[in-house]
Write a new protein. Structure first.
Length: 233
């Protein structure tokens, strides 16, 4: 059983905990599987099959973050204690944290996630230009990757995990929490939890090598939003 000290609260059939290394690998797989259906990168496979990431690609992506996020005391999980399963996870990083090896990999030509990451980096740059304070060291954290196992969707787990994360990052002394919402569902959860939209981008307008790429996202997706919440005055 997870040590009592990591338990945050109980809601419905789930117990919310601070993520620790005990659940690192389960969270790794829950997030990787959840992102296989990320709306933009999944839809592109219909017109550019070579750019649709597989589960293996998302496992590779998540691996860069798991050690840090399972030990920083800022990430949370939802546990189904009856069935001994991780139902969902929300991992958090400092906003400007970006490992050199991660950046190098996603500058590699031919990797299906390379254009996706360049879209994300351009999106972040445009958003933080509007509020440069976010890039100051120790000022902001990114509520980075949220995933709910398909078996548990529809239980408001995303909202509850977001509510669990916010007191942790405030207690840690950060002034801002940020969310890069790549789906309409994440934007809905951000708004519900008191975040303010700082920047918005229609991904169909973004250019990769001079041409639009992510042009076929299914409604209500297709618009990315960068959300900010000030944690103290």
């Amino acid at each position: 059983m997870e040590p009592k000290s990591t338990e945050l609260f109980r809601e419905g059939n789930f117990v919310y905990h601070v993520l620790t290394p005990k659940y690192r690998d389960e969270v790794h797989m829950v997030l990787s599987r959840a992102f296989c259906s990320e709306p933009i990168s999944y839809a592109i496979g219909e017109i550019r099959p070579e750019l649709r990431p597989t589960l293996a690609h998302w496992v590779e992506f998540m691996e860069f973050w798991m050690d840090h996020c399972s030990t920083n005391g800022l990430s949370v999980i939802a546990l189904d204690e009856v069935n001994h399963r991780v139902a969902g996870a929300f991992i958090v990083r400092e906003l400007m944290m970006m490992p050199d090896e991660f950046v190098a990999l996603y500058k590699t030509e031919g990797h299906p996630l390379t254009p996706f990451l360049h879209l994300l980096w351009d999106f972040d740059a445009a958003a933080t230009k509007l509020k440069p304070e976010l890039t100051d060291e120790g000022k902001a954290v990114d509520l980075w990757m949220l995933g709910v196992h398909p078996d548990y969707r529809g239980n408001k787990i995303a909202n509850h995990m977001m509510g669990a994360v916010l007191p942790l990052i405030k207690k840690a002394g950060y002034k801002y929490g940020t969310i890069e919402a790549t789906s309409a569902f994440t934007s809905k959860a951000a708004e519900h939890n008191g975040f303010t939209k700082l920047y918005e981008m229609k991904v169909c307008d973004w250019l990769w090598k001079g041409e639009p790429l992510y042009t076929n996202a299914k409604p209500p997706h297709g618009t990315w939003a960068f959300w900010v919440k000030e944690l103290y005055d």
